[in-house]
Structures are given as C-alpha cells and as structure tokens.
Design a protein around this ligand. Structure first.
Ligand code: FE2
Length: 386
C-alpha cells in the first residue's frame, strides 16, 4: 500500500479546507476519499498492526516537516524541535507576571469561600449560570473583585472520591469564559502561535485558545493521575505554572519520545487504543483487558496499570529517573519551573501526575477542541466507520 500517496491526499484535502476546524476538514476529507475506499483502508489498519504503524509514522514524518518549516516569532526553533522529537518543551517566563498575579488572586478568593473547603478534591462551581456569565463577561472581568468580596458570595465544590488533591475550575463549566488573568494568557502570541503551528496551520490562525482548566493540586495520599495518554493522535496542551514547582510540588512527569510509535510498548499501546475503542474491546486479548492496562470505565486502554508503569515516584527521584514500561526505558522530563513558565506537550505521549507533599501546585492547562490537525481527523474517520 502506498502510504505516502494516502497522506498526500489527506494533505490535499487539508489544504483545500476553508477552515482548519474538525468539522470543515472532516467534510473536505469525505470529498477526497469515497466511502468504500475508507472502509477498505479501515479494515486493513484495524486488523494489521504493521499497516496501522506504517500509516501512523508516515503522518508523523509529514507533521514533523510541516511543523519544523515554521517558526515562533522571537523564540528559538528548539521549542518546535523538542515538541516534535521529545513531545514536550518548556519556555521560561513565557507569561507576564500580571496575568499570573491576577489568576492567583482569583484562586485565593475562591479558596476562601469554597464549600466544602481545604482537603477535598473536585470541581469548582461558580454561583452564576454559564450563559449569564458568557453574556456578561466584560462586567465579570472589570468587577470580579467586588463580586467575590461581597459577603454573600460563596462557591461550591462538586467533590470527587477518593480525595486525590485535585481541585479544578473549567472554562467549559463557565459558558466558555476563562477566569480573570487566564483570559489574557489564552491570546498571548507565544501561546496562540504554538497552538497554530502544532495544528499545522498558519501561525496566526488561532487568535485565542478555547479551553482552560485552572487547578490546585493539594497534598494528598492518592496520586491524581497514573501514566496515560489523553489520545492516540496529536493533541497539544499548555501547562502554565502559577507558582514555582519543584520535586515536592506535584510536578507532572512526561516520558520523552513516547508520542512516537518507536518502541514495542508504544506501538502496541497506540494500536490497542485505536482498535479497542467502543464495543470492539471484548474481541481482542481473548475478551480480557490487556495486562499492561488499568481497567477503566471508558473501555479504551488509555491508562497504564500502576503495576506496569510506576506511578508513585518519590520526590528525590522525580528529577533524574527513568521510567521502565515492559522492556522499554524512557527518560523522564519533570515539569518543574518558576511561576510564569509554560510547558507545551503532546498528550499522545505518556504523562503522569505526582503527589504534592507540603504545598499545593497551582497551574492553568490550556487546550483546544475546535481546531485540529490532519492526522487526528483522518484516524478519527477510520475509527468511526466501523
Ligand atoms: Fe492527561
């Protein structure tokens, strides 16, 4: 099979799509490939791991060329090289201190009125209907200090169990409105350019990143996240540190290079995520869950079992250790840094939370679910036609 030709045709559909959104590109792909052709390809990719990997890696070659042909205004090319080759990159002092101070102050005020309070993990619920907030966001941004200091203001927490220390405020639950301070971060040129370039668009395509998750990771005895991939195909997240993070302050860990299908474990895991989704799971591995995976409610083996990939790494080993998964070793990149630093990472690579020990971690994570990249949507189409 000529994978290069297939990828050429996907990119031709990409170039002719009037907008680089998932919806529009999806339509453009369906005019380039007919249904039977997709069904035949889907069949081969689904049943033959070799075909899956050849197509997967052909896309990676094309993505690398596309991303590395661009540049970020005023920043080193190494940011893009690391993103392509390692799956993660750190940019120091990338966000102005005033944005950081504003969101920290907002978090402090929420923390003071939150019920139940300190020591409970969950989702923060603001006392405003999302559509009202969306409609009146200018009032919210100019008057949030007065609103939050009103004696009748309080916000609630939808608690999650077990208590893993993670407390989140999602823009998704605020009618798409970002909290104060974060509303400036989402349109900073470095942020929007890296999101645009990662999505293989013109670097000025994305004007504002769509989703934010503002969080606290409090000291807890349960880790909030084991080793996992968010998706099988490329997806960018930006983690902005709001306070200094060291080995004790719950740094996120990333397995370098695990977003590429290069070693046997990654190849198996990525292929399994693709072929085991939805109702297909019982037909593989004799109807059992694969031995390396952590059984998970959503029927896709995104998460590795803690017995297979160690998740409880003590602080003294977080900055300089390797991760062994099956027969494979990875260098761990620990996301420590100073307030205002940004870590960009591809969520198709393995990453893991760690526990906070003395003080909470505070950060904002940005992602975008409207804009896309060619590899992601093409594999999504191959998956959906079953
Ligand atoms: Fe994740």
């Amino acid at each position: 099979m000529n994978f290069r030709k297939i990828v050429d045709r996907v990119y031709s559909a990409w170039n002719s799509a009037s907008e680089k959104t998932t919806k529009i590109f999806h339509q453009s792909l369906l005019s380039e490939f007919d249904k039977q052709e997709i069904a035949d390809l889907q069949n081969q990719v689904f049943y033959d791991k070799g075909v899956f990997l050849d197509l997967y890696r052909e896309f990676d070659k094309r993505r690398a060329a596309s991303i590395l042909s661009q540049s970020i205004e005023g920043y080193s090319q190494k940011i893009l090289e690391d993103l392509v080759n390692v799956g993660i990159t750190k940019v120091e002092r990338a966000v102005p201190q005033k944005d950081v101070e504003e969101i920290l102050e907002f978090q402090d005020r929420l923390q003071a009125t939150m019920k139940p309070g300190y020591g409970v993990s969950g989702y923060i619920d603001l006392p405003f209907p999302p559509h009202v907030l969306a409609h009146q966001k200018d009032v919210f941004y100019t008057q949030w200090r007065e609103i939050l200091s009103n004696e009748n203001f309080s916000c609630s927490l939808k608690a999650t169990w077990p208590n893993d220390g993670q407390v989140r405020l999602q823009s998704k639950g605020m009618g798409g409105v970002h909290p104060p301070g974060v509303n400036n971060m989402v349109s900073r040129p470095l942020i929007t350019q890296v999101f645009s370039i990662f999505g293989e668009m013109n670097r000025d395509t994305i004007k504002q990143v769509g989703r934010s998750n503002t969080e606290f990771i409090y000291p807890a005895i349960v880790n909030h996240n084991t080793w996992h991939r968010d998706l099988m195909t490329p997806q960018l997240k930006a983690m902005i540190l709001l306070r200094d993070v060291d080995e004790n302050t719950a740094p996120m860990l990333y397995a370098a290079g695990s977003h590429l299908a290069e070693n046997a474990q990654d190849q198996m895991h990525l292929y399994d995520i693709f072929r085991m989704s939805k109702d297909r799971l019982p037909k593989i591995y004799g109807g059992k869950w694969p031995s390396y995976a952590k059984p998970h409610a959503i029927d896709v083996p995104y998460f590795l079992s803690p017995d297979f990939a160690n998740t409880d790494i003590p602080p003294k080993n977080r900055l300089s250790s390797n991760l062994t998964v099956g027969e494979n070793d990875y260098q761990i990149v620990a996301c420590t840094g100073k307030a205002g630093d940004v870590v960009f990472f591809d969520t198709a690579g393995l990453h893991c939370g760690t526990r906070a020990h003395f003080q909470e971690r505070r950060n904002v994570s940005l992602s975008d679910d409207v804009y896309t990249n060619p590899k992601h949507v093409f594999f999504e189409i191959l998956d959906k036609l079953t």
